[in-house]
Design a protein around this ligand. Structure first.
Ligand SMILES: Cc1cc2nc3c(=O)[nH]c(=O)nc-3n(C[C@H](O)[C@H](O)[C@H](O)COP(=O)(O)OP(=O)(O)OC[C@H]3O[C@@H](n4cnc5c(N)ncnc54)[C@H](O)[C@@H]3O)c2cc1C
Length: 386
């Protein structure tokens, strides 16, 4: 396995030890059955890894983004898929940053203990897509409750979560000065909501990712479930995007190393024309190139982590890390598949599964174009393009 020990080696070893209990066959079977890796997620929750960033005062270890990102990286590097769990790592951030003391005390200790799942965040809608400020789901205050109507799409892990962070419009677009105003964030208790105003329809998809269409029909949410300031919800969600980008980047980096390791191993073992295929530069170079690109993305990931963990602005670095990592892991996936020839397509090598899984990250949670648009506008100072 490539890579010298770094300052996180102890953490890496601990996460690897847990992941080693869930070999390739486990994830392959889950994928083939379109299941959810229940036992794996339970083990991670029990070990406390997914509450890594919850401060000590709320029962968590209070680790930084760097450590949290190493946990995500190691899951993907072990052959697993953090897509089943990463919501638990970052959705609590909205609560931590903008929740009231009472909300934090109510939820965070149970999340830290792995007893409460906050795996879901409902933002995307079918008719508005990336144009989030136009979202149509409304939450209208009636007495001591908000009544929610509308629709969401691609909302992940709802069937394996207790809570969901929901973004909905509380003031009509026509009545706000800025389109980013008038939206609010709520905690939805899925255990109470499903079947009582919330209908969940699973979406079959390419990556065995548990994701769903949601239909809200007069779903009632108690007013105390509003997080932060009414009307400022979009800003509250934006505040959490940098750590999310970095964690996803780390997952891609984990995938990238996995592809490089597997490609290297196979290239050394596979004999064609009486010599290992890895002796051919046409086989070596794409793997070497992948490693270089993953290493570069890795540096940017740790740069973003270091800025975030020292409370400095990290928007550019987080976006660049996500961009570089998603691209590098996809190139590594291609190189790995090509190195395996026909066997790359066989389920039993797991390459095709990881290939599908890593492709997602150029589309979700943010598409590559939107990262480029961010860099153009916010870093280069070019005119906003949309
Ligand atoms: C498996 C999966 C899980 C997901 N999980 C969640 C979740 O848990 N919660 C959630 O809220 N969402 C989730 N999403 C949604 C995801 O965040 C969106 O799919 C993504 O943000 C893109 O939005 P869209 O699909 O509506 O694409 P669209 O907005 O329709 O865009 C389609 C394409 O056009 C491009 N495009 C659009 N506008 C521009 C522009 N102005 N300039 C350049 N290019 C542009 C986009 O980059 C994209 O490539 C998930 C998606 C998937 C596939």
């Amino acid at each position: 396995m490539y890579k010298d020990p770094d300052q996180y080696q102890e953490l890496r070893d601990a996460v690897r030890k847990l992941c080693a209990q869930f070999p390739d066959e486990y994830f392959r079977e889950v994928d083939e059955n379109r299941g959810y890796p229940e036992a794996f997620v339970d083990a991670l929750l029990e070990a406390g890894w997914l509450g890594a960033m919850i401060p000590e005062e709320f029962g968590g270890p209070g680790l930084g983004l760097a450590e949290a990102s190493v946990i995500m990286e190691e899951i993907n590097r072990s052959g697993g898929n953090s897509g089943a769990v990463h919501g638990q790592m970052y959705n609590m951030g909205t609560l931590l940053r903008h929740g009231s003391q009472a909300q934090k005390e109510k939820y965070l200790p149970a999340i830290a203990a792995g007893k409460l799942r906050i795996q879901s965040m409902g933002v995307t809608e079918p008719t508005t897509g990336t144009d989030t400020t136009k979202l149509k789901t409304t939450a209208v205050k009636k007495g001591d409750r908000y009544v929610v109507n509308g629709q969401k799409v691609w909302i992940s892990r709802v069937q394996h979560s207790d809570l969901m962070i929901l973004l909905a419009r509380t003031t009509p677009l026509s009545e706000v000065k800025k389109k980013s105003e008038g939206m609010s964030v709520f905690i939805v208790d899925l255990r109470e909501a499903i079947g009582k105003g919330l209908t969940v329809r699973p979406i079959r998809n390419m990556v065995n990712h548990e994701t769903n269409e949601l239909f809200f029909e007069d779903l009632e949410i108690p007013e105390e479930n509003l997080i932060g300031t009414e009307g400022q919800g979009f800003k509250h969600i934006l505040d959490g995007l940098n750590p999310e980008r970095v964690l996803i980047a780390a997952e891609c980096i984990g995938d990238g190393y996995w592809f490089v390791d597997r490609a290297t191993k196979y290239a050394n073992e596979r004999i064609v024309f009486d010599r290992p295929i890895g002796k051919n530069q046409g086989v070596q170079f794409p793997i070497a190139e992948s490693l270089i690109e993953i290493e570069a993305a890795n540096l940017m990931r740790f740069q973003a982590c270091s800025l975030y963990d020292s409370n400095q602005p990290c928007g550019a670095q987080s976006n660049m890390a996500k961009y570089l990592a998603a691209k590098a892991s996809w190139e590594a996936a291609n190189a790995c598949l090509q190195t395996h020839g026909g066997f790359g397509f066989a389920n039993e090598y797991d390459v095709e599964r990881k290939f599908r899984e890593t492709r997602l990250y150029q589309v979700a949670p943010i598409s590559t174009n939107m990262i480029l648009a961010y860099m153009a506008e916010h870093v280069l100072g070019l005119p906003r393009s949309y």
